[in-house]
Design a protein around this ligand. Structure first.
Ligand code: HEC
Length: 218
């Protein structure tokens, strides 16, 4: 005869019908288990990428300088005012002033003075056959650094316009190369200009903000 196991609970002493309602309520309160899968990226993540791409493209468009080394070298002089950038005015090494001067002219000057250097009658004076170009080098450099404005006679014809300043755009070696190129272009036949001459004039006229008038330069 087998003995009854007294450790077994008496029938009816244990709740064999648990409170299903209560357990389900507890389960429903739990957050869902994480699952693996292709969840959509959060909108702010997508928006951040879109904005960065857009800004990057815009910035490159504004400051890319057409991906030309020349532009970037010229731009390094733009943060004018600091001692470092002032010292940098003379660091650009130019092997062939005439070629470099021509490149600068074609980039910055042809819009007004035209590709043939003859300007447009009544509006933009010629640089070929101009006494301002082939005269005293110092006068030409002053015009290039600070611009020129007001009535002027060039090669026997009157002009009255405004020529922009280049002091913040072009470094001294570029300005020297440009001046040299202009002074020896086509029928022009005058002495070359070196960067030291430009640097000296830049320093001498450092406080200047206005363009020169022809009277002032004469
Ligand atoms: C926005 C048009 C414009 C641009 C760009 C321009 N110039 Fe001029 N330039 C003029 C005008 C206008 C004058 C005459 C100013 C006056 O009437 O007093 C002039 C005058 C000059 C003169 C003295 C007169 C003469 O023709 O010899 C020189 C030299 C000169 N510019 C060179 C340059 C060079 C080099 C560049 C490029 C770095 C340049 N200019 C860019 C409009 C321009």
């Amino acid at each position: 005869m087998t003995q009854r196991d007294d450790n077994l609970p008496e029938k009816g002493s244990v709740d064999l019908q648990p409170d299903v309602e209560r357990i389900h309520r507890a389960i429903r309160r739990e957050p869902g288990d994480p699952t693996e899968g292709r969840e959509p990226a959060p909108w702010f993540f997508v928006a951040t990428i879109a904005v960065s791409l857009f800004w990057g493209g815009w910035y490159l468009g504004q400051h890319g300088g057409e991906f030309s080394t020349r532009t970037h070298l010229a731009m390094s002089s733009r943060d004018a005012g600091t001692a470092a950038s002032a010292a940098n005015q003379n660091t650009l090494a130019i092997d062939d002033p005439v070629a470099a001067g021509q490149a600068v002219f074609e980039k910055h000057c042809v819009a007004c003075h035209q590709g043939n250097g003859l300007g447009i009658a009544g509006a933009f004076p010629p640089v070929i056959g101009s006494e301002w170009v082939t005269g005293e080098a110092e006068v030409l450099v002053r015009i290039l650094l600070h611009g020129m404005q007001g009535p002027v006679m060039v090669a026997g014809a009157p002009y009255n316009g405004a020529m922009p300043a280049w002091r913040d755009v072009l470094q001294d070696p570029e300005l020297a190369a440009l001046a040299t190129y202009l002074r020896q272009w086509d029928s022009n036949d005058a002495s070359p200009v070196d960067a030291a001459t430009v640097s000296a004039l830049r320093a001498e006229t450092a406080g200047r903000t206005a363009a020169y008038s022809a009277d002032e330069l004469r």
